[in-house]
Design a protein around this ligand. Structure first.
Ligand SMILES: C[S@@+](CC[C@H](N)C(=O)[O-])C[C@H]1O[C@@H](n2cnc3c(N)ncnc32)[C@H](O)[C@@H]1O
Length: 293
């Protein structure tokens, strides 16, 4: 990690440039089959302007738990799905806290967030392994730590269990899964309540904020419509059965993990992330810790 970042304060994340890169390149990098172009084109932009560049939710949980495990000897860390550079910034911060090196591995089926992470890792001087594939097809050396953030809700069953089984396949006894997810009171209740009426106004405000922050006047209308679409489509991301404390615990135990914690002893107030700017999420969050048996 280069000198500027290693010693002092939070790790810098030049999100404006990284957001502009995704806005410009998602068209060519995102696979149309995945339908993620608008999601990846706007994710960093919304995090930059609606959340003032905040790190992903529960970042304190991740930084503390990752640093604890690096200090205890963890050397290979898998980020399982990363919408942009937010999770890489979190892991880089934890490595700095631990004061010991670790190898970061990032898997995402889409090339856009991987390209953002490649650029950012270069700036940080951090060696990172990148894999553009479905996590269920990932073939790598075992990892000591798996990081997942609002990832499992992308998958219906039985795909979700296949993802967790892949984490088991990629880890050995003693390895850890750290996972953040909104959790519903039951499998039928959607974790998000979207305020659709507020979206057009908020999208117009965001477009105004973007003009002069790396975007120009001619892009205002496209900004507003793409960001409005990002928020309107956000409820479609969470697949049935919606994630609950029970089905998360069951899925991990079924794959050979011992679940040490599902919800945090003291809930940490965290942002709802770019998807939650226009929505209220369930109060319950999983900050889950599981150990490979
Ligand atoms: C992990 S989630 C949410 C991101 C997280 N909340 C964050 O702050 O970075 C989104 C990512 O998962 C990726 N993804 C979805 N299905 C996948 C799969 N089967 N294998 C690998 N990555 C996948 C998407 O391309 C997207 O970039």
């Amino acid at each position: 990690m280069n000198q500027k970042n290693s010693m002092h304060g939070a790790i810098a994340e030049p999100l404006q440039g990284l957001a502009r890169m995704a806005w410009d390149q998602a068209e060519s990098l995102c696979d149309p089959q995945h339908g993620c172009r608008n999601y990846h084109r706007t994710w960093s932009l919304v995090r930059l302007l609606s959340l003032n560049g905040a790190l992903p939710g529960a970042s304190a949980f991740f930084i503390e738990e990752i640093a604890r495990r690096i200090t205890a000897g963890a050397r290979r860390i898998l980020i399982s799905g990363s919408a942009d550079t937010g999770l890489l910034a979190v892991v880089a911060q934890a490595i700095r806290h631990a004061g010991q090196p670790a190898q970061i591995v990032i898997v995402d089926r889409c090339k856009t967030p991987l390209q953002q992470c490649r650029d950012y890792a270069g700036m940080l001087g951090l060696p990172v392994e990148f894999h553009a594939c479905d996590v269920r097809a990932l073939q790598i050396e075992p990892v000591d730590l798996v990081i997942a953030h609002s990832f499992l809700l992308f998958f219906p069953e039985p795909d979700r269990q296949q993802v967790i089984d892949s984490w088991a396949r990629l880890t050995q006894a003693g390895a850890t899964v750290l996972l953040f997810s909104p959790i519903s009171p039951d499998e039928q209740t959607h974790p998000m309540r979207l305020d659709r009426d507020a979206i057009p106004g908020r999208a117009a405000l965001l477009a105004t904020a973007a003009v002069g922050r790396g975007w120009n006047e001619a892009e205002r209308a496209e900004l507003a419509s793409d960001v409005a679409r990002f928020w309107n489509e956000s409820t479609g991301i969470s697949k049935m059965p919606h994630t609950t404390a029970d089905n998360l615990r069951r899925g991990l135990e079924q794959a050979g993990f011992r679940v040490l914690q599902v919800t945090p002893p003291v809930p940490e107030s965290s942002t709802n992330g770019p998807l939650g700017v226009n929505a209220t999420l369930t109060d319950n969050r999983a900050e889950l810790i599981a150990e490979r048996i």
